[in-house]
Write a protein that binds this ligand. Structure first.
Ligand SMILES: *Cc1c(COP(=O)(O)O)cnc(C)c1O
Length: 472
C-alpha cells in the first residue's frame, strides 16, 4: 500500500496495523487469540467495563522494571568512575500514592515541587529525607512544611529563597540541606542542544552568580550546601547536552570547593523516550556511561574528587508504562485535495492528554478490542472538546474498518498526561488503574460530574426558573 500523501514523512504504512511494537508498548501488552489487547493480562474491554471509558492504565511491572533498570544504569556508571548516585523519580510526571510506593520500593528517591506533591509523597509513606523539593516560587508555607517535615533537600532557585529557607530552618532549629539550581546556559530537546552564556528563562541562577549565592548559603549556620543542580530540558535523546552542562557545572563546582566541602552534583532529568516508532532515544545505559565519562574526565582535568551524583528522571520511568484506552464515538472522512484523512473522535481528548495541543507531541494508536485485516487508513484521533487543536494522535494508520464503538489504545501516556489533565468542558478526569498479574487495581479514582458540581457553591441554591417561552 502506498502512503497517504497527508501522512507526515516519518510515518510509514505499517505492514500490520494491529502490531504492538516493543518500542512503544509496555512489556505486558499482548493480544488474545481473538485479537483483543491485554495489559498486565487484563483485556481492554474488561478494563473499560469495570472502570469506564476513557481510562488510564499503568503496567505496574513495567514501571517498576524501568525504575530498577534506570537506577541500576546510573549505579553501574557511577561505580565505574568511583562514586555513587541517588536517582530521584520526578513526581510531576505522574504521582499518586501507589507510584510513590513503587518508586521507593525500587530504590529511588522522589522529587516534588509543590505542597500537593509533597503531601502525596508523605501520605505514601516516603521517608522525608528521601524527598527533594523544587520550584522557582515555593510559598513560605511550602518551605515551612518542607523544613518542619524533615525534607531531604530543598533546591534553592533564587537569592530570595536563600534567606527564606535559612530563616525557616533557623526558626525550626534545624540545619537544612540545600542545592542551588543553576542555569548552565545549555538547553536541550530531542536531537538538539543550544549552549549560550545563560538562558533567558525563569529557573535557576546564572553560573556567574552562583559563587555569590553559595557564599551566602554558606554564611547561614542553618543551611548546609549540598551542591549545584541543573535541569537542561526534556525529551533529550543524546548525551551531548548533559555533557556540556556537566562540564560547565564542574568548572564552577571546582572553584566553589575553595570555600568548603561540596558533597554532590545533581544533573537533573529530561531523558527522552520513544513516543512513536520513529523516535530513537539513546539507551539509558549508554547515556549514563557517557555522562559518567565526562564527569570523570572533567574532575580529573580539574584535579578534584568525583562528587556523589544525582539524577531526576520522570518521563523515562513512567511514560512508556502508561496506555490510555478510549471508545470511538464518531468517524468522519475529510477530503484534502485528492486525499482523505479519517477523523476518529474519542470520548476524551486534550483534558486527559494535553501534550499534542501544548507541544505538538506525536503519539500512535491501535485498535484495542479486535484486530482487523482491513487495509490501513490514515487517521487523526480527535477528542471531544470544543477546540480544533483537541487532537490525541495527529497521524497514524488504523485498519480502515474502524467503527463507532471500537476501543482504541494510545501508548506512552504514563507521563505528563494525568498530571497535566484538566476539567475542560467539565469532563471529569479519567481514573487510573494499575495492571499486573491479570489484576487491575484502581490507583486514582476518576471524577464524576457530581464531583465537579460539588465544588460549585452556587449549585443547588436556585429553584428551577420557568421557561421564557411557553413550550406548549
Ligand atoms: C521536569 C523536571 C524533571 C523531570 O523531567 P523528565 O523530562 O520527566 O525526566 C527533573 N528535574 C526537574 C528540576 C524538572 O523540572
Amino acid at each position: 500500500m502506498t502512503a497517504n500523501p497527508l501522512a507526515p514523512p516519518w510515518l510509514a504504512v505499517p505492514d500490520d496495523a494491529n502490531d504492538l511494537p516493543r518500542a512503544v508498548w509496555p512489556s505486558s501488552s499482548a493480544r488474545t487469540d481473538s485479537g483483543e489487547l491485554t495489559l498486565g493480562g487484563v483485556a481492554a474491554s474488561e478494563l473499560l467495563a469495570q472502570f469506564g471509558s476513557p481510562l488510564y492504565v499503568v503496567d505496574e511491572a513495567d514501571a517498576r522494571g524501568r525504575a530498577r533498570t534506570v537506577r541500576e544504569a546510573f549505579e553501574r556508571a557511577s561505580t565505574r568512575i568511583g562514586t555513587d548516585v541517588t536517582v530521584y523519580y520526578a513526581g510531576k510526571a505522574f504521582l499518586c500514592a501507589a507510584v510513590a510506593e513503587w518508586m521507593t520500593d525500587e530504590g529511588l528517591s522522589i522529587d516534588v515541587c509543590s505542597a500537593g506533591e509533597f503531601a502525596v509523597a508523605l501520605a505514601a509513606g516516603v521517608t522525608p529525607a528521601r524527598i527533594g523539593y523544587h520550584g522557582n516560587n515555593k510559598s513560605l508555607a511550602e518551605i515551612d512544611s518542607a523544613v518542619e517535615n524533615g525534607v531531604g533537600a530543598i533546591v534553592i532557585d533564587s537569592a530570595i529563597e536563600v534567606e527564606r529557607v535559612a530563616a525557616t530552618a533557623a526558626r525550626h532549629g534545624v540545619v537544612q540541606s540545600v542545592r542551588l539550581r543553576v542555569n548552565s546556559g545549555v538547553h536541550a530537546h530531542t536531537h538538539d542542544f543550544l549552549a549560550t552564556a545563560h538562558e533567558d528563562q525563569k529557573f535557576g541562577v546564572t553560573l556567574d552568580d552562583a559563587p555569590t549565592l553559595v557564599a551566602s548559603i554558606r554564611s547561614y549556620p542553618s543551611l548546609r550546601f549540598l551542591g549545584l543542580h541543573c535541569h537542561i530540558g526534556s525529551q533529550i535523546f543524546g548525551a551531548d547536552g548533559f555533557s556540556e552542562s556537566a562540564a560547565r557545572l564542574l568548572g564552577v563546582h571546582a572553584t566553589l570547593l575553595e570555600g568548603g566541602d561540596i558533597p554532590e552534583l545533581n544533573l537533573g532529568g529530561g531523558f527522552g523516550i520513544a513516543y512513536t516508532t520513529a523516535d530513537d532515544p539513546t539507551s539509558i545505559d549508554l547515556l549514563a556511561d557517557q555522562i559518567a565519562d565526562i564527569v570523570a574526565a572533567e574532575c580529573a582535568r580539574l584535579g578534584i574528587a568525583v562528587p556523589h551524583l544525582a539524577f531526576e528522571p520522570g518521563r523515562l520511568i513512567i511514560g512508556p508504562s502508561g496506555v490510555t484506552l478510549y471508545t470511538v464515538g464518531t468517524i468522519k472522512p475529510v477530503s484534502v485535495g485528492d486525499a482523505v484523512r479519517t477523523y476518529v473522535s474519542v470520548d476524551g481528548g486534550m483534558s486527559d492528554n494535553v501534550r499534542p495541543a501544548l507541544y505538538g507531541a506525536d503519539y500512535s494508536v491501535r485498535l484495542a478490542n479486535r484486530v482487523s485485516a482491513a487495509d490501513p487508513a490514515l487517521v487523526r484521533v480527535a477528542g471531544k472538546h470544543c477546540e480544533s487543536g483537541d487532537i490525541v494522535v495527529h497521524a497514524d494508520y488504523l485498519p480502515g474498518d474502524v467503527e463507532p464503538g471500537d476501543l482504541l489504545a494510545v501508548p506512552v501516556t504514563g507521563a505528563y498526561c494525568w498530571s497535566m489533565s484538566s476539567n475542560y468542558n467539565y469532563l471529569g478526569r479519567p481514573p487510573v488503574v494499575a495492571v499486573v498479574d491479570r489484576e487491575a487495581r484502581l490507583i486514582m479514582r476518576g471524577e464524576t460530574v457530581d464531583d465537579l458540581l460539588a465544588r460549585d457553591p452556587g449549585v443547588g441554591r436556585q429553584t428551577r426558573k420557568a421557561p421564557l417561552v411557553a413550550t406548549h
